[in-house]
Design a protein around this ligand. Structure first.
Ligand code: GLN
Length: 532
């Protein structure tokens, strides 16, 4: 097993996760099998209880792990399935060590950050790296250390990396430091922040083998030479990572910079030609464009990164550029809805913004606008139908506290008082009815999709909803999983989250169906004709 450790300097938000995923992709395109670990130096056990407006989307894995959104990037770029163990947090590490201390595992010793915490960090990395991906153990494990070098929180992790470097043969580990090269008011590219962050890394006993410098435009040889001289990294190993129009082009940019050979040489692996499949998937020409309205209470892209990517994957497969317009659930106007080719109501929690989301669903249903509801969006579509068609004016979810609960708490969720990791989480099978939109889109009747919810369609109301025309086209035997409206160009909602299974080369069927319908509407819709 070889390790590629990625650290970050200067500041957060440089796209370290995308860089890590892209480096993995470059090697995977050369036939190496890759796995990836994300280290998050916070005390939370997992991302499940964190506010997505602060930390971005909570990504859900097939095993039910609620993890950092970077694992979504790894799964999408590497086309693999990861597990909860691939997201190591300070919380998990300390919990394990403290549990062992209580059991008496360290009897007699003083339990300390070094060696006990650092040993556990190394063991966790090793365990995650060794977990089989695809057909067996990976050749290379990417390890992304979250945070910025110099943070107190990441110290024990960087210390563990330093120890690993001493313990492993030289060729078995590469250290890549991702930094920022800003442009000053004169338009010059500045290397000083990079020099300082490499210095901070060196103070911890770590010297980078490769520097990936993020910048708005490509960095020239003179700038690379300077970084090389000040940071003791060969000039060839100073890689320019200019901002790309699309994240999936980052591997191509790193390819052009020659990162693959530098890396394989360093790791003692043979140089290989890259399989062009990735290039073909991500560089498709667009022949049309659609605008999709995403109705939410957060106007922040990172909260819905998997939905955004799933729309992009489906769009690219259909040669359709998808533009997302964020529609603020609490403040939009009907004009906002009229300008879009389709409406998505994503997952969510709590009652803020629900009336706006329900109004958007009414608009989609009545005006035959393509609609895709995801998880909370599925529950709200059922509530909207109960109100608008069945005539239950106060139809609501138990989550909102009052009204007629056409959406109710799952029986097994009753009495759960702990919030972390207790939802109905991860992969569960869903059975689709063959002669339905859902059945046709998936082209099969048994599917496996990821879940994250506490509520379900209240079984008491199912017969009436069905009589009123709502089709439940997917279920798991007891719980309703998909609903659709027949007399509509595209009205589909899922209790599960299909966005987590979408990959650039295998778009998710509900998204493909939705974007197809949006494109048809864009071509034929009345307001499009008006606009000419
Ligand atoms: N809040 C809803 C539930 O818990 C929906 C969750 C979601 O959208 N992920 O069931």
């Amino acid at each position: 097993m070889k390790y590629i450790v990625v650290t970050g300097g200067v500041m957060s938000g440089l796209g370290k996760g995308i860089t890590t995923a892209s480096i993995g992709r470059i090697l995977k395109s050369r036939g190496y099998s890759i796995t990836a670990v994300k280290i998050d130096p916070y005390l939370n056990i997992d991302a499940g209880t964190m506010n997505p407006a602060q930390h971005g989307e909570v990504y859900v894995l097939s095993d039910g792990g609620e993890v950092d959104l970077d694992l979504g990037n790894y799964e999408r770029f590497l086309d693999i399935e990861l597990s909860s163990d691939h997201n190591i947090t300070t919380g998990k590490v300390y919990r394990t060590v403290i549990d062992r201390e209580r059991k008496g595992d360290f009897l007699g010793s003083t339990v300390q950050i070094i060696p006990h915490i650092t040993d556990e960090i190394k063991a966790s990395i090793g365990r995650a790296a060794g977990k089989p991906v695809e057909n067996g153990t990976a050749d290379i494990c990417m390890v992304e250390v979250g945070g910025t070098v110099g943070d107190i929180e990441s110290m024990p992790f960087l210390e563990a990396v330093r120890q690993m470097r001493g313990e492993l043969p030289l060729q078995d580990m590469a250290l890549i430091h991702v930094t920022l090269v800003p442009v000053d008011t004169m338009g010059d590219m500045k290397t000083k922040p990079t020099q300082h962050s490499v210095k901070a890394l060196r103070e911890l006993g770590l010297a980078p083998d490769i520097i990936v410098a993020r910048s708005v435009r490509p960095m020239g040889e003179a700038t690379k030479k300077k970084i090389s001289a000040f940071c003791d990294v060969r000039q060839k190993a100073v890689i320019s990572a200019a901002t790309m129009p699309d994240i999936y082009q980052v591997p191509l940019e790193l390819e052009r910079e020659g990162l693959a050979d530098v890396l394989t040489d360093h790791l003692g692996l043979e140089r290989r030609e890259a399989d062009p499949a990735w290039y073909r998937t991500v560089m498709k020409e667009y022949t049309g464009r659609v605008t999709i309205g995403l109705v939410s209470k957060y106007g922040i892209e990172d909260v819905y990164i998997s939905i955004k990517e799933a729309l992009k994957h489906a769009g690219r497969a259909l040669a359709t550029e998808v533009q997302i317009r964020w529609i603020d659930a609490e403040h939009y106007t009907s004009a906002d809805l009229e300008e879009v080719d389709g409406i998505v109501v994503p997952g969510g929690f709590g009652s803020r913004g629900i009336e706006g989301k329900i109004r958007a669903i009414t608009h989609a249903r009545e005006n035959r606008v393509p609609f895709l509801g995801l998880c909370f969006g599925f529950q709200l579509a059922v509530i909207e139908y109960a109100r608008g068609v069945l005539g239950i004016a106060d139809a609501a979810s138990e989550e909102f506290g009052s009204g007629t609960f056409v959406v109710a708490i799952l029986p097994e969720q009753k009495g759960i008082d702990q919030l972390g990791g207790t939802m109905h989480l991860g992969n569960y099978p869903v059975m689709l009815e063959p002669d339905t939109l859902a059945g046709r889109l998936y082209g099969r009747t048994d599917i496996l999709e990821r879940h994250r919810h506490r509520y379900e369609v209240n079984p008491q109301f199912i017969p009436d909803l069905e009589k009123a025309g709502l089709v439940f086209s997917g279920h798991n035997g007891v719980r309703m999983e998909v609903c659709e409206i027949t007399d509509h160009p595209f009205f589909l909602a899922t209790q599960f989250h299909p966005e987590f299974n979408s990959r650039p080369a295998h778009p998710s069927p509900p998204f493909t169906g939705f974007v197809t319908a949006c494109r048809e509407r864009h071509g034929n819709g009345p307001q499009r004709e008006r606009r000419g």
